[in-house]
Write a protein that binds this ligand. Structure first.
Ligand SMILES: C[S@@+](CC[C@H](N)C(=O)[O-])C[C@H]1O[C@@H](n2cnc3c(N)ncnc32)[C@H](O)[C@@H]1O
Length: 220
């Protein structure tokens, strides 16, 4: 079988040169976020954002759930691809980070499509299930605390409609998944979830070796 191409920093730059279409709103938000400690590590890569935008259009999503807003780069990428009456519900445990996002959402003209919920995603998703019921989202993007992923996945699987898509970020977790010295709760949760997903016959599955690993789970 063919081997996986090693994506060197030079190749990432080439990929950006020939395919990245990041506009000034996204670039300004990314550059502001990168000024904060951890800003660079927490924010998705711009080409991943562009991929999320494309997926939203590809499946014709009208309602999106996001777990882990941070400064709103991925929210903005996805909200922009929604139709004007589409809706993105995004949640974060921190009030501080999403405050940076809101002026950029307004500048991009999508603030009215985005609903921000502050609180622990465990309770936020449980509340959404109570209020909205199952199958109310077309797409869920999970990018928050890794120890919470198994819980967020199960709840998202109920919240997403049949034929809808769940995306999980960081499923290669900076290579920690194959490092025997890494036994912290976050790494163990990602490992356990990856193994669980392989056998979960409620979904079609693909783990893309793109960015830090993006798992795509299509609900049957
Ligand atoms: C990796 S960042 C998300 C990055 C974002 N997708 C972007 O593109 O900028 C993870 C976010 O998850 C949030 N978070 C951590 N634990 C959480 C929890 N229990 N419930 C909700 N959000 C949580 C953090 O506050 C942080 O803003």
């Amino acid at each position: 079988m063919a081997g996986q191409t090693d994506i060197s920093p030079g190749l990432v730059q080439y990929l950006r040169d020939v395919s990245l279409r990041e506009d000034s709103v996204l670039r300004d938000l990314r550059e502001e976020t990168e000024k904060y400690p951890m800003g660079h590590a927490m924010q998705i890569m711009p080409e991943e954002g562009q991929f999320l935008s494309l997926l939203v259009r590809l499946i014709g999503a009208r309602s999106i759930l996001e777990v882990g807003t941070f400064t709103g780069y991925s929210s903005l990428c996805m909200a922009r691809s929604l139709p004007a009456d589409g809706r993105l519900v995004t949640c974060d445990i921190s009030e501080k980070w999403p405050q940076i996002a809101t002026p950029y959402w307004s500048r991009a003209g999508v603030a009215d499509r985005i609903e921000l919920l502050i609180g622990d995603a465990r309770s936020t998703l449980a509340a959404l299930l109570e209020i909205k019921g199952p199958g109310c989202f077309d797409l869920a993007f999970i990018d928050a605390d890794k120890a919470g992923y198994p819980d967020y996945y199960e709840k998202s699987l109920t919240l997403v409609r049949h034929g809808g898509l769940i995306l999980l970020d960081n499923t290669l977790f900076f290579g920690r998944v194959i490092d025997p010295d890494c036994a912290d709760a976050d790494t163990e949760a990602i490992r356990a979830l990856n193994s669980f997903l392989l056998k979960d016959d409620r979904i079609e599955l693909s783990l893309l070796p793109f960015s830090d690993g993006i798992t795509m789970a299509l609900k049957k």
